[in-house]
Design a protein around this ligand. Sequence first.
Ligand SMILES: Nc1ncnc2c1ncn2[C@@H]1O[C@H](COP(=O)(O)OP(=O)(O)OP(=O)(O)O)[C@@H](O)[C@H]1O
Length: 228
Amino acid sequence: MIHMNNVTKVYPNGSTGVENINLHINKGEFVFIVGSSGSGKSTLMKLLLKELDPTEGDIIINKVKTNELNRRQIPYLRRNLGVVFQDFRLLPNKTVYENVAFAMRVIEAPGRIIRRNVPAVLSLVGLGQKGRSYPNQLSGGEQQRTALARAIANNPPILICDEPTGNLDPETAYGIMKLLDDINKRGTTIVMATHARDIVDAMQKRVVTLHKGHIIRDIEKGGYSDEA
Ligand SMILES: Nc1ncnc2c1ncn2[C@@H]1O[C@H](COP(=O)(O)OP(=O)(O)OP(=O)(O)O)[C@@H](O)[C@H]1O
């Protein structure tokens, strides 16, 4: 489903983000990307989202080499990848319902599908009664659940999460993890970068550890710093 083959990213100033990454993720996996600050997690996430292109190597998502897609082909990625960020990134002047509906309009989903899917995903994340609220009327956890609803509204096969619990208190963070686990069990592949050692330890999923831009550990089921 996701293949990174010999991927290196060197930034224009000469610093290396990641080097010679070989990472293969199968359909339905839940994978944590961990590592200390500066180890390359954000670079790896940005490469998957094509916010950056690799200096060397190939990135294949759902059988398509995304490093060879041009600007006009970017909607391909929007359909295949849902994204959740640490800082939610909701549109402040749109309601919860409109934030989710907007993401569906971007990929030109028909109106009747939007009217069907938005209430369904809002109820899935426990926000069935909050559709008319604006982001500033929501708690942090509710804002992140809105962002999660938006990310899965188009039913993408892959969900990319960059520190999705970073701004949340522990209890709220576990609520988000429970939702991600449910979404994963429904078949969505999840890749999540995080610093949250306790969450990684509790979930017992695949853990890929980066250090200075290299993968130094890749364990099938484990905690934040288990031996490979
Ligand atoms: N825009 C950039 N220009 C130059 N170098 C960069 C840039 N972004 C990241 N780097 C470098 O790439 C390396 C990896 O950084 P990256 O942000 O991917 O790490 P990270 O694991 O996400 O760190 P953190 O946990 O602090 O977010 C670091 O050495 C960093 O200085």
